[in-house]
Design a protein around this ligand. Structure first.
Ligand code: WT7
Length: 655
């Protein structure tokens, strides 16, 4: 079998759902899936209303299903009342109180098992603690934590009292944290002294202190979990230890019943231009998306140990760590650290030690672990795994085949799940007992998800393998509700392009093959995708330009074996251009600088200094040209419109 296929276009392998898997699956065949899909097509609202009645525990049932009077701020189940934390915890207590909700493993090997009853108790106590700090329904709380159970407890506690959380990835810098606190005007920050990652202590409290040292006036309290035991500064009156806040708090806390549309969380995500956007999600609709996809795509059941490796700082860590598994009463695993500590066998050791049955990670991690060699996974017994998943970017067939063969032992289906921060939950993904998979394709839209590929006029592209815009033609319950504080940007980014048709513009290019399978081709704008994380070019560029020596910068991505894409920066200095366009020590300094401003993930891998950047007459940087140069490809674009054509040689490093 040829496993070295470069272009997904040549991919014609088809993997039928293994009979053994299908036999036990919730959706056991294509007929069952088609029946669901048909039901949704015939009555979109009725379908989702039925799901919402079946899957969610309502305090006040809804009458209104879809309200489009404030479109594109669509509202689902708007007159119903609900509490997300009640749906994740309380409703399981009678039957699953002693069942393990969270299996935790720290990077240094410490483990904890937390039952549903214990989790419920801790969430209630912490919720009462937050209330005692004056946090009320509608307030924003920023969570800047390592991957420890307390991060989930904090999120669930916010949900319990109707506070809207905004989790900031622990790998982000003080500067990024500050921007997000200020944009959301948050009242409280929940953080930790530090977390363990890659054999080091990530000093979260120090970064939070720095963020708060100038600005962030809305912050009243800082809650600090003791995790790594590192020395920290402590500001009495403002700072309070997690343990002190928990002390003496009642072990129950009546959930605050909120409207379905109450904002459960904000999550900041990058666009191609401007500052990160605070993506707003609802309560009921969001949770419904989390639950239906846990059941349809992950086929979750009571015996599973579910492990999604994503950090809670990303949407995947919201839907498939903090909410989805708990809402389904499942056992889920959380791991604090890096996949390579102490070696590249760590993930596989964890799978063996804790009997992981469903494993969900990103292609970037799969590629890195594949590169480390088969010897690592072969040391461990991976027979507990029954289902594998990927998310974040297209997976190249070579990595897919490795995942299938070496990790899945050729017996586990792989679910390649396409979705976005904005969609809240999986949108295009196989139901593993019902859909044959093709390496590199996310396969078919889920029931009730009207995904389509259209041309610039919004017409469906019927011809197979013709690329176009990926759109969603009808609203769905877990969809983004807005961009925090910026309705115009919400409209401009997602709705403006297909305004008359009212389609949601995903921002990706995609094609459909002869079988109707979707293949994601890339983003239509300039967003970088490093290790499965979206970064805006603008964010990196503005970080570079913030350095006193830098006048102007443009960053583009180029393909990278491990990270998917790496960042190539073209920099114009305020002073003299270094000899030959290369300056190693300045490159090092600027990389560190970007790391401080945004986070290590945004550090450019390559940097070249030029006297100027290639621009169009209207002053727009010619990114396509820069990408060609970054990839070392031959230039076919017309460069005659450039002010200084000689600049091309400089940019290529040839002058
Ligand atoms: C973008 C969304 C959704 C959680 C992780 C990233 C790309 C995501 C896939 C996939 C091909 C994918 C798209 C999408 N993407 N999943 N299975 N196949 N591409 O969330 O940061 O909001 O990024 O990631 O380009 O638009 P995000």
């Amino acid at each position: 079998m040829d496993t070295n296929i470069q272009s997904t276009l040549q991919e014609d392998r088809l993997f039928q759902p293994p009979a053994k898997f299908a036999a036990q699956a919730r959706i056991p065949n294509r007929e069952a899936l088609d029946a669901l899909r048909e039901k949704a097509e015939q009555d979109h609202e009725g379908f989702w209303a039925e799901q919402a009645r079946e899957e969610l525990d309502w305090h006040t049932p809804f009458e209104s299903v879809l309200d489009d009077s404030k479109a594109p701020r669509y509202q689902w189940f708007a007159d119903g009342k609900i509490n997300v934390s009640h749906n994740c915890l309380d409703r399981h207590l009678a039957q699953r109180g002693d069942k393990t909700a969270i299996v935790f493993e720290g990077e240094q090997g410490d483990t904890r098992h937390i039952s549903y009853a214990e989790l419920h108790r801790d969430v209630c106590r912490f919720a009462n603690g937050l209330k005692s700090l004056g946090v009320a329904s509608g307030d924003r709380v920023v969570i800047y934590m390592p991957m420890v159970p307390e991060a989930v407890i904090a999120m669930q506690a916010c949900a319990r009292i109707g506070a809207t959380h905004s989790v900031v990835f622990g790998g982000f810098s003080a500067e990024a944290l500050k921007d997000r606190i200020e944009n959301a005007a948050a009242k409280v920050v929940i953080t930790a002294d530090g977390g363990h990652r890659g054999g080091k202590v990530v000093e979260l409290k120090a970064a939070a202190d720095q963020a708060l040292s100038n600005g962030c006036d809305s912050i009243e309290k800082v809650v600090v979990l003791k995790r790594a035991g590192n020395d920290i500064g402590f500001q009495p009156g403002r700072d309070i230890w997690w343990s002190e806040l928990m002390e003496g708090q009642a072990e129950t806390c009546e959930p605050t019943w909120v409207g379905s549309e109450h904002p459960l969380f904000l999550l900041y995500t990058s666009g191609s231009t401007g500052k990160p956007k605070g993506i707003e999600h609802s309560s009921a609709g969001y949770l419904l998306g989390a639950i239906t996809t846990m059941k349809w795509v992950f086929d979750i059941n009571d015996n599973d140990v579910f492990w999604c490796t994503a950090d809670v700082g990303w949407v995947t860590g919201h839907t498939y760590v903090a909410y989805g598994p708990l809402a389904c009463g499942a056992t889920m695993l959380m791991y604090e650290g890096a996949p390579t500590v102490p070696d590249a066998g760590r993930f596989w050791k964890i799978c063996e030690d804790h009997n992981v049955s469903i494993f969900y990670t990103a292609p970037t991690a799969i590629r890195a672990l594949m590169k480390a060699g088969d010897a690592f996974p072969q040391q461990y017994d991976l027979s507990s795994i029954r289902l594998l998943g990927t998310v974040g970017e297209p997976i190249n067939p070579e990595a897919w085949m490795w995942y299938h063969r070496v990790i899945g032992g050729e017996r586990c289906p792989i679910v390649d799940t396409w979705w976005q921060t904005e969609t809240g939950a999986h949108m295009i993904a196989p139901m593993p007992g019902a859909v044959a998979t093709k390496p590199g394709s996310c396969t078919l839209p889920l029931p009730g998800i009207a995904a389509d590929v259209v041309d610039a006029d919004g017409n469906s592209i019927e011809q197979p393998n013709q690329g176009g815009f990926l759109v969603i033609r009808k609203p769905w319950p877990s969809m983004v509700r807005g961009v925090w504080g910026d309705d115009q940007r919400f409209y401009d980014t997602y709705w403006k392009q297909f305004d008359t048709q009212k389609f949601y513009l995903a921002g990706d290019n995609a094609r459909r093959d002869e079988d109707g399978y979707f293949w994601i081709m890339g983003r239509i704008d300039d967003v970088l995708n490093v290790s499965g994380h979206r970064l805006g070019t603008m964010e990196v560029e503005s970080a570079l330009v913030a350095h006193p020596l830098v006048a102007e910068a443009a960053v583009v991505s180029r393909p990278h074996d491990i990270k998917g894409e790496s960042i190539f920066a073209f920099v114009v200095l305020r002073g003299e251009r270094p000899e030959g366009g290369i300056d190693k020590s300045l490159t090092r300094e600027l990389r560190e600088w970007v790391g401080k401003q945004i986070g290590a993930i945004a550090k450019p891998d390559d940097m070249r200094f030029a006297d100027n950047l290639p621009k169009t007459r209207s002053g727009k940087i010619m990114r396509r040209l820069l990408r060609t140069i970054a990839c070392g490809e031959e230039i076919t674009q017309d460069t005659s419109t450039l002010e200084n054509e000689g600049i091309v040689l400089q940019l290529q490093g040839k002058a």
